[in-house]
Design a protein around this ligand. Structure first.
Ligand code: ADP
Ligand code: ADP
Length: 224
């Protein structure tokens, strides 16, 4: 599902976090939002997920104007830096939980949780609690949970930041594998240029709430 931004502005009081962005995120591609802290990456992701409303402008998913829709009406999978798993639930219950809200039957919930645990290679930990898993494994659970409800769009907000260097590389490849396998339109947020270059179909470079560059990884260059 392509995502279209039309003249998007977001202010917080005097601060202009996003300044008149117009852009299309391509269907089925992985686009990375890259830029230093404070450039507007989280704000843009929060507008696309519907957690925050824009000050002005419109957001479309395909032909559908979603600008005033709440997050639960947008059919999006979200993964955060801190995993945000439910600590009292098992891995399987965590993955199945969004399906419960969507009123999927118990039998199908379990089947789908098992299927996505397998896809993320965490089926051996299905009955464990998140606290019994490593950071990388917890992030796999969060990704499985986001994908299990079969969203049209996957938003990943610095999903690798809390992992050590080895796991960061491993999970980077894992995310790319899943994205290519499922063909889901994905936006990946990072401030790490090397990470962006290695994982993306397209890179959107933000600077102070404006688009500095948008294009293929090989077109990205360092500004002096
Ligand atoms: P990034 O994710 O790239 O670090 P953010 O989107 O978090 O950037 O922030 C963009 C700008 O908007 C920054 O100047 C930040 O201080 C400001 N900002 C973000 N959220 C809020 C908020 N809730 N209230 C006030 N200012 C905010
Ligand atoms: P990031 O990891 O993207 O840099 P931040 O630490 O900038 O995230 O922001 C974390 C949260 O705090 C975000 O939800 C953002 O909207 C909010 N925030 C960022 N800057 C401000 C600010 N100046 N005032 C209030 N809230 C802010």
């Amino acid at each position: 599902m392509e995502i279209k931004l039309q003249n998007i502005r977001k202010r917080f009081g005097e601060t202009v976090a996003l300044d008149d962005l117009s852009l299309e995120f391509c269907d089925g591609k992985l686009t990375t939002l890259l830029g230093p802290s404070g450039c507007g990456k989280s704000t843009l992701l929060n507008l696309i997920s519907g957690i925050l409303p824009p000050t002005s402008g419109s957001i479309y998913f395909g032909d559908r104007d979603v600008t005033s829709l709440s997050p639960d009406k947008r059919n999006i999978g979200l993964v955060f830096q801190n995993y945000a798993l439910y600590p009292h639930m098992t891995v399987g219950e965590n993955i199945a939980f969004p399906l419960e809200i969507k009123k999927v039957s118990k039998k199908e919930r379990l089947e789908r949780a098992a299927e996505f645990a397998k896809l993320l290679r965490i089926e051996d930990y299905f009955n464990r609690k998140p606290s019994q898993l490593s950071g990388g494994q917890q992030q796999r659970v969060a990704i499985a949970r986001a994908l299990a409800k079969e969203p049209e769009i996957l938003l990943l907000d610095e999903p690798l930041s809390n992992l050590d260097a080895r796991l960061r590389l491993e999970m980077r490849e894992e995310i790319r594998r899943l994205q290519l396998e499922t063909g889901i339109t994905t936006i990946f947020v990072t401030h790490d240029q090397e990470e962006a270059l290695s994982i993306s179909d397209h890179i959107l470079l933000l600077k102070k709430g404006r688009i500095q560059q948008y294009g293929l990884p090989q077109e990205l260059y360092d500004e002096p």
